[in-house]
Ligand binder design. Structure first.
Ligand code: ATP
Ligand code: MG
Length: 735
């Protein structure tokens, strides 16, 4: 198949006009491998997008011959849209997606060669844990020592490194040997049930090419151009995948920033940036140094923080933008005060015409979102949380998906167990255990075993009618192949009893759960099979199921909804917002306790890169906050400000103190505290000794409210405790 079409003289200014000379050099680079190494906001993603358009329009490369990898599905959709608007035509045939999404498409196309059943299904993280748990249980291991979480983590780490059980040397380590057995049994269970986890998608598609040179050749000839965004976060298998596909003729265009490598805990290897020049002969490097995203204040702060890391590839980043606003720092008394402050600022900004969607709240750990959500809800500010519990991970949605999975793949035992369990249909653990052991002995699926057991009259009483109903419902749904997917799901909700089950549950909760089931029907109705998936012969049901497994919560909330964005720093990679709040900046929170405790400089440096990512998301205005006291996961902690705060030059910061009456530590004081021991300083805040004209001396034990409404809770010498309004109490601080 030709990979080039004839080019004609044309005006290409639209491809180059909005670029600086270094960017233009990258976009219009002559054939060969290219690495664009550049800091945040310097236009890497823009360059990559323009390069695709350049290849198609100027070099005459067919979209069909281009494969582009992005970090999220959302980024892929945006990049495709942008390319189409540059090219003024659709980009049918262009493969663009995440590594996982692309690997999935390959496996669907070549399931047979890959040694998979045609009906294979993707196992999401949650289902993977369940399966590992079952394997550990079946092996009779001590589940407190061999946890499913650790097992899942190990298996994924091995797969990310490209290792099958036989490739791992357990040496004399008995623990590791046990884990390897778990890995083996888990692989066997996946094989039997036709399941593929996330890491497997990549590893399996890599092995597919290795085992089938003709197939590899086909793809090498097809994809003459590979373009990869966020290259610093590729793991070993992904890198091997790219190298293999590129072969000796494919041209690789990789863009990345070593300072933004934040996924080493998931197997990413920043070294690939250095290896690139060695592994891709003749590769050139182009550096982009102008930042177009942020004010110089924000950029200076980011540069100052990241300069503390060692072993960087080294980049200079500058901007023509003015200083803009200073970076606000807010020291909150506790997490509620922090949330109140942030939402108050947001409300003011929105009242002054900032759109909610231009505002992001970024945090280190998902658990931090709750307080902000509460405060947003109580003020009626629309918001959405990325990457929390995904829609497709909600229990009721997974219950319905289990039925779809069973329809697509009758060997999926996990899906069968889920369908049997909810809503309860009188099939007890004893019956299930019998079925499991029969299935194991016969090497068959639970569903097939259940059908036989029922026919042979082995299942009695309520279990019999319960199972019978389930099988009849499945049969009816199976007969609906010609119906539209959403009609099938609608019917499924009736036949399975799921809708009635969730409607009958306690009112408030049931409302949203039943609504989520309806939402699933709507999602199926609006689901559009991509042209590339359709061309690959992937049906609507498998495509919908893989979408459910691979979608990272990015598509949640309607696009038209203008709302405040909440997400972890990890999820914010590649994005930008005019107004950013970086919250929870306490040592132990960010940098994380683990990074602090283990004293591992590598971990701390990764946290610092995460901080760099966070700061560089902001375009106009950045606000940093921390709480002196935080109630988290059931216990109270007293934090000291994050060390990263002290790494920002003070002249870039502005201490925000709306509660003039409360003499909480100012920023200079905070810095001083960090130098010596936090606890030993005359702490003002919780634990401060105060004196009141009438009640005498006391100790501050709580705070609430802010501004004119700030209240303190003081325990006095006589044992009484009182809430006092700060503005009127005239407290004297004694130390
Ligand atoms: P990150 O490292 O965060 O992924 P990036 O290097 O990919 O950032 P982009 O997201 O491509 O950077 O660009 C950052 C911002 O700068 C975007 O808003 C983009 O449109 C803008 N930009 C990039 N190059 C230019 C340019 N030459 N002129 C004007 N704006 C530009
Ligand atoms: Mg980018």
């Amino acid at each position: 198949m030709p990979t080039r079409i004839a080019t004609s003289p044309m005006d290409i200014s639209h491809l180059l006009d909005d670029l600086n000379p270094a960017q233009r050099e990258a976009v219009a680079a002559p054939p060969g491998h290219l690495l664009v190494l550049a800091g945040a906001g310097s236009g890497k993603t823009r360059v990559l997008t323009h390069r695709i358009a350049w290849l198609a329009e100027v070099e005459g490369v067919w979209p069909h011959a281009i494969l582009a990898v992005t970090f999220t599905n959302k980024a892929a959709a945006e990049m495709r849209g942008r390319c189409e608007s540059l090219l003024k035509r659709p980009t049918r045939g262009l493969w663009i997606g995440t590594f996982h999404g692309l690997a999935h498409r390959l496996l669907r196309l070549h399931w047979h060669e890959a040694g998979l059943p045609e009906t294979f299904q993707i196992l999401d993280a949650d289902d993977q844990q369940r399966l590992v748990k079952r394997v550990i249980r079946d092996a009779g291991l001590d589940e407190s020592r061999f946890t499913a979480q650790q097992g899942g983590w190990l298996i994924n780490a091995w797969k990310d490194e490209g290792k099958r059980p036989d490739d791992v040397d357990a040496g004399g380590n008995p623990n590791l040997r046990t884990w390897l057995e778990v890995y083996r049994s888990y692989e066997e269970a996946c094989r039997r049930q036709g399941l593929v986890d996330f890491a497997e998608l990549l590893l399996r598609s890599h092995e597919l090419w290795l085992a089938h040179p003709a197939l590899l050749d086909h793809y090498r000839q097809r994809f003459g151009h590979l373009l990869i965004d966020e290259f610093q976060d590729t793991n070993t298998t992904q890198y091997a995948w790219v190298r293999l596909l590129a072969g000796s003729s494919g041209q690789v265009f990789a863009v990345g920033d070593d300072d933004q490598s934040i996924y080493s805990w998931r197997g990413a290897r920043v070294e690939h940036m250095q290896h690139f020049l060695r592994d891709f002969p003749g590769a050139r490097t182009i550096r982009l140094e102008q930042n177009y995203r942020s004010s110089s204040t924000i950029l200076d702060a980011a540069n100052a923080v990241i300069s503390r890391n060692e072993g960087r590839l080294g980049k200079a980043l500058w901007t023509e933008a003015g200083r803009g606003l200073p970076i606000a720092v807010y020291a909150a008394w506790d997490e509620r005060d922090e949330a109140r402050f942030v939402i108050e600022r947001i409300r003011r900004a929105v009242a002054a015409d900032t759109r909610p969607s231009e505002i992001a709240i970024l945090y280190r750990a998902n658990a931090l979102s709750r307080n902000f959500e509460q405060e947003l809800i109580s003020h009626g500010v629309p918001y959405r949380v990325y990457g929390g519990l995904r829609f497709f991970e909600r229990a009721e949605v997974k219950d319905a998906l289990a039925w779809l999975r069973l329809l697509a793949n009758p060997a999926d035992d996990g899906a069968f167990e889920r369908a049997v369990a909810t809503p309860p249909r009188g099939v007890g653990e004893k019956t299930i255990e019998d079925l499991r052991s029969q299935a194991r002995d016969g090497g068959r699926s639970l569903l097939a075993t259940a059908i036989d057991a029922l026919a042979a009259g082995q299942v009695k009483g309520r279990a019999r009618s319960g199972l019978g109903d389930l099988l009849a419902a499945l049969a009816e749904l199976r007969g609906m192949q010609d119906s539209r997917l959403h009609e099938r799901i609608d019917r499924l909700l009736e036949l399975s009893g799921l809708r009635a089950h969730y409607e009958a549950q306690s009112r408030h909760e049931a409302d949203s759960r039943a609504a989520n089931l309806d939402e699933l029907v709507s999602l199926a109705r609006s689901f559009v099979l991509s042209a590339e998936d359709e061309a690959a012969g992937i049906g609507e049901l498998p495509a919908f199921l893989s979408h459910a497994a691979l979608e990272a919560g990015e598509g949640q909330g309607e696009a038209w909804q203008d709302c405040v964005q909440l997400m972890t720093l990890h999820a914010a990679k590649g994005l930008e917002f005019p107004m950013v709040f970086l919250v929870g900046l306490e040592d132990g929170m960010f940098p994380s306790q683990r990074a602090v405790n283990e004293g591992d400089p590598g971990k701390l440096e990764e946290e610092r890169r995460l901080c760099y990512v966070g700061i560089t998301r902001a375009r106009r205005q950045l606000t940093l906050s921390y709480a002196e006291k935080r109630y988290l996961r059931g216990s109270e902690t007293f934090g000291r400000p994050s060390r990263f705060l002290t790494e920002i030059p003070p002249e870039l910061l502005e201490d925000v103190r709306p509660r003039a009456q409360v003499s909480a530590p100012t920023l200079p004081q905070m810095r001083q505290r960090m130098v010596s021991d936090w606890e030993d300083q005359p702490a003002i805040g919780l634990g401060t000794t105060v004196s009141h004209a009438k009640f005498g001396e006391g100790v501050v034990i709580g705070f609430e409210g802010s501004g004119a409404h700030a209240r303190v809770h003081v325990r006095f010498e006589d044992g009484s405790s009182k809430w006092l309004v700060l503005a009127y109490a005239n407290l004297v601080v004694l130390g």
